[in-house]
Design a protein around this ligand. Sequence first.
Ligand code: DON
Length: 563
Amino acid sequence: MKKIILVFAFSLLLINCKTATKKEKIIGLIAEKAMVVSAREEASKIGSAILQKGGNAYDAMIATHLALAVAYPVAGNIAGGGFMVYRNADGTKGTLDFREKAPLAAHKDMYLDSLGNVIEGRSTFGANAVGVPGSIAGIFEVYQKFGTLPFKDLIQPAIDLARNGITITKNQSEGLSDAKKAFQAVNNYETIFEKDWKKGDVFKQEELAQTLERIRDFGKDGFYKGETANFLVNYITELGGIITHEDLEKYRAVWRNPITFAYKNHTITTMPLPSSGGICLAQILKSIEPYDVSKYEHNSTKYVQLITEAERRSYADRAHYLGDVDFVKVPVDSLIDLNYINKRMRNFSWDKATPSSEVSQGNILGYESDQTTHYSIVDQFGNAVSVTTTLNTGYGSKVVVKGAGFILNNEMDDFSSKPGVPNVYGLVGTKANAIAAEKRMLSSMTPTIVEKDGKLKMVVGTPGGSTIITSVLQNILNVIEYDMGMQESVDKARFHHQWLPDIIRMEPNGFDKITKTKLESLGYYIYEKNSLIIGKVDAILVLPNGKLEGGADKRGDDAAAGF
Ligand code: DON
């Protein structure tokens, strides 16, 4: 009897311990049926309300995207571009490319001076940095193929938000204040973005509301033709830019076959070119697949080392081979061929770092990770949508279209202005990513969907320029290898290596001293400055009981909403 009581007491203790550890685990918002996770609570709620009204993930995608253009103007947009990866409840998958294009008058040397040197700032600020916008074309492609609710119901919440105003957050107040001088320098009138916006202020965008109304009333033509197009082309011309009406009218979003591959019993579906994301993600995951990753402690020396070496090799390929497949030949199949990948990893050694063949001496520009934005959606029917969209750097080119109230992208900087000269993310490129009329600039955006046993498991993506690929990678590993929950995974510290410069960027205070010292003794350079945060991941995990867990990145104002 004594024995039985003891066993019983011990079991109780165990149960208590279990509950105690469970309680400590960081858990994101749990929803029974459907969820939207995005950079702003308003946008997530608007998307979720569309789902609740009976709309599907695509209806919610449109409403969320447009709401972000209002509530999160640093990256949310109607005059930027992006990519969508989707998986329908029946298991069909695909991608949509609504990436910006170089204008018809663009050419290889457009950012070089007479001596052949890159003119600083020309591909990043002002009218010449702007690529032909893709977002609105993307939204209408999505609507035509998959939309179910009336379009006006999907756009009206964004119109109301623009007209009635959003509440400025602390992050926004700081970001707008940092960008103030650039807005003033680039525009020839006083834009609404350059006022001294403080946390709690109500920020109304009446001109943007009117632009959205034209899109509501005239569809795609409400942006690419008519009054909005006139505002855009006239202002660009006034500022010395090269985008014409013909550029706008010719723009098309493109459905593309995804990159799909297996990683340890999971199927990963992600973005093909013109994003480098899918190819690099496949290369890196395939490089580390032969290793028993979970046996290395998370974020330990060995873990960082293995991933760094796989990343180094993949980013070297990115720089050399990748560009817009509609313009250049890219050996995609060879790059993700297992024999090739295994061969690339053959000279990896645990004993010392493989130095990148050339170490860039250039200064790494400081940047934050809130300059692009990602949202993840799962609807009550089981459809999933993963979208990353951007103006490129924060508030894009800083050009605010006079009379129309929206910001233009500076995506042209994602081209390689000159072989070997790094762009704003320190990425170098060659001929494959040189500028040409109507070509799409190479991207790192990696919206991704993970399946297990033929069922949806995870929807994931992030901003972060060149670090996007590695942030998505680390969240996939957190879940698959370390069995983390979604919020727990998103919260974990991240690191990044991109071949050149030959450094491991780390989120400050995220890695212990012993790990860093050991890595340094093996020949790795650790860099913790300038990248205060790496990525801002917004993701959804399908739990074993079928419920959804959101991972909304606390590095920003991100929020999940669902039911
Ligand atoms: O397409 C790309 O790869 C870049 N334009 C993304 C920019 C970005 O993520 C900025 N956010 N930090």
